[in-house]
Structure formats: structure tokens, C-alpha cells
Design a protein around this ligand. Structure first.
Ligand SMILES: *Cc1c(COP(=O)(O)O)cnc(C)c1O
Length: 355
């Protein structure tokens, strides 16, 4: 079989999706399945669909187009603030987009009018994570200006935590959305249908019974794909974590000193490497590198093995204490983080195999 390859277990992803969807729906929350972590590969999107997900979100319009062209049926939402330069495409391919900026909304409005469509928007509110969104006190002005635009319909409010600032979701910061929706109802007689309360990390609020009433959507990627909540640094109980693995091939196996010989300059990426002298060690080189994945995001599935680092195309492991005999030509297995998945899915040099 081809190496390197990503082996993706569609059955386990589907089970994760069903589990999370049921957990959410018992609490009145709909799941938007977020597809950006796997470049919206239609085979995986289909597993989401088979689990009952009818609402898809991606940060790139190319991915949404890919889903549509693959015949995936459902509501499609662009979950990154659109670029003004792509507003025609956004209106053409997405039903809804997340927004926070009046200039962008004006561009979407003009595209919507040109195309004779109504484009739905969810206005993002920054509740503390300092990524996208208007500050709560500025929402009213944004709504007032948006309501003047033709071809645009405000359908919801959203917030995002656990991304840039690593802020954890709480009852208090999530309730900001509910309160704002009530205020908008009073001020503008505006009925807000969707309160999109966050991503995978919001599941912990559900589990603790702390999700404010009124929040009715979560945008979930990682929880379904890897059964992980990185922000909360935990596995999600009831889900599978072994949904995907990476297989890479060993191309060199030698005993070498643990400190390089010669004067140290910069490594291939401009960093000055630091080495600890651990004597002579047995090292394996695998045919995969930073072009495909960050070595920091790989977790060897053979105990006792340590990732030492990588250059563009070579991954170096210390296998001195490996529990299993390592040999040249061997197919070596890894797990990985969300960041690892993102890069591995994106690399065209990594074969995707579905089981
Ligand atoms: C990526 C993203 C998500 C999904 O995050 P996960 O942690 O993978 O669940 C949700 N909302 C927005 C705006 C995103 O960019």
C-alpha cells in the first residue's frame, strides 16, 4: 500500500457524529458539521450526512463549492468572515455566512441583489476570545446598518471561544448571546432564529447542564472527527478517538550520536536547534516531513518512541526504547492532533484511504 497514507475510519466518524448530534438535540441544539478540518472531502462529508447532519459549515468557499458539486444536500454556511473579493462566490455557493463587518455586508448585499437572492447572515459577537465578532456594545449599530441592506437577512447571532484567546466557554459568556437577542427583539422587533453558541468546546456546557436556554446551534468539527475537545484538553466521553491514523514508512535506521557533529548554524527552517547529549541512540528516518505535517502534532502509536523533529521531507524518530522492533520498510503508525489532521488532509502527498 502507498505511504504515507491517512487511514480514515468512516464508521467511527459516523458514530461520533450520531453521538454528538443526539447529545445536542436532547438539549435543543442543532449541530452544524464543520468540514474545514478535512478540506471538505466529500467521502467524509457523506458520513456526516448519513449521521443525520443537514447543516454544514466551512471557512473556505472553495470547500463549500466542493460539497455542493459532490451533491451533498443541506444548508451551507461560510464560517469565516467573507472576503469582499469573494462576495459573489459566497452568495452563489453559501446560504449563510458569519459576519461582523459592515463593509463586507455591503458587498454581500450588492452581490445578492445582482444574483436576485437573499443571503442569510449570522452576526458574530466577540464575548472575550478576541478573534472575530463585534463587541457586544457595538452590536446594535451593526444591526441598524445591516437592516438597511437589500438582499441580506439577519437570521442569527453567533459567538466563538477557545480559538485565538483560548477562552473557555461558560454559562456567563454564552448567555451574552441570549441577552443580546432579547434586546434586538425589543429594539428592532427582529426575530433571531439561530443562536450559534460555539464549537466543540461548548459540548462541556451541555454535559454539565450549564448551557443557557436559547442557544440552539453548535458548530462542531474536532469533536466529531477526533473525539477530542482541545480547548478543554480532554477526550469527549462516548466518542472514538481512533478515527484516523497516519502510516509512514521507515527509510533509514541507524545508531548515531544524539548531538550533531560540527559548528551549529540554523536548521532548515531558520531556527537554532538545541540538543541534549544522550549518547549513541537508534534513530529512524521516515519519508514524511513538514510539508505534510508538523512533527509536534504527531503521536507515535508504538510506545517508547519519541519524535525528534523533521525537515521538509524527513521525519526523525528516536526508536532506542521502542516496544516494537523497528525495521527499514516498516509502516509506522501515528495519531495526531487537530492541527496535524488539517495539514495531513491538505497535503496531496499523503494518500487518503477510507475503511
Ligand atoms: C473551526 C470553527 C469551528 C469548529 O471548531 P471545532 O473546534 O473543530 O469544533 C466553529 N466555528 C468557527 C467559526 C470555526 O472557525
Amino acid at each position: 500500500m502507498k505511504c504515507p497514507r491517512l487511514v480514515i475510519d468512516l464508521g467511527k466518524i459516523k458514530k461520533n457524529a450520531i453521538y454528538i448530534k443526539d447529545l445536542c438535540s436532547r438539549n435543543g441544539v442543532e449541530v452544524m458539521g464543520v468540514t474545514k478540518g478535512f478540506c471538505a472531502h466529500p467521502v467524509i462529508a457523506k458520513a456526516f450526512y448519513e449521521a443525520g447532519i443537514r447543516n454544514f459549515g466551512d471557512s473556505r468557499i472553495k470547500n463549500i463549492k466542493k460539497l455542493r458539486e459532490a451533491g451533498i444536500q443541506g444548508e451551507m454556511t461560510l464560517i469565516r468572515i467573507p472576503m469582499i473579493s469573494e462576495s459573489d462566490e459566497v452568495v452563489k455557493w453559501a446560504d449563510t455566512s458569519l459576519n461582523s463587518q459592515i463593509e463586507v455586508l455591503e458587498a454581500l448585499s450588492s452581490s445578492a441583489v445582482d444574483q436576485g437572492k437573499t443571503h442569510k447572515v449570522i452576526l458574530m459577537v466577540d464575548v472575550g476570545d478576541l478573534r472575530e465578532g463585534v463587541l457586544p456594545e457595538d452590536l446594535e449599530d451593526l444591526v441598524r446598518d445591516t437592516l438597511k441592506l437589500k438582499g441580506i437577512k439577519i437570521t442569527g447571532l453567533g459567538c466563538n471561544v477557545g480559538c485565538f484567546g483560548g477562552v473557555l466557554p461558560t454559562r456567563e459568556n454564552t448567555r451574552i448571546l441570549v441577552n443580546l437577542a432579547e434586546e434586538l427583539q425589543k429594539e428592532f422587533n427582529l426575530s433571531i432564529k439561530v443562536l450559534s453558541g460555539g464549537s466543540t468546546c461548548g459540548i462541556s456546557l451541555l454535559e454539565k447542564g450549564e448551557l443557557p436556554r436559547g442557544i440552539n446551534q453548535f458548530r462542531i468539527g474536532e469533536g466529531i472527527l477526533l473525539g477530542r475537545d482541545s480547548t478543554g484538553n480532554r477526550d469527549i466521553p462516548g466518542t472514538y478517538q481512533d478515527t484516523m491514523k497516519l502510516i509512514a514508512e521507515v527509510v533509514e535506521l541507524k545508531e548515531k550520536p544524539s548531538v550533531p557533529v560540527g559548528e551549529i548554524g540554523k536548521d532548515a527552517f531558520g531556527n537554532t536547534p538545541i540538543f541534549e547529549d544522550r549518547g549513541i541512540r537508534k534513530r529512524a528516518i521516515l519519508a514524511i516531513g513538514r510539508q505534510d505535517v508538523d512533527p509536534e502534532n504527531l503521536i507515535p502509536l508504538i510506545r517508547g518512541v519519541e519524535v525528534l523533529g523533521a525537515s521538509s521531507d524527513h521525519l526523525i524518530l528516536d526508536v532506542t526504547d521502542s516496544e516494537k522492533e523497528v525495521s527499514v520498510g516498516m509502516e509506522f503508525p501515528f495519531r495526531f492532533t487537530y492541527g496535524g489532521m488539517l495539514r495531513l488532509m491538505t497535503s496531496e502527498y499523503v494518500e487518503k484511504v477510507f475503511i
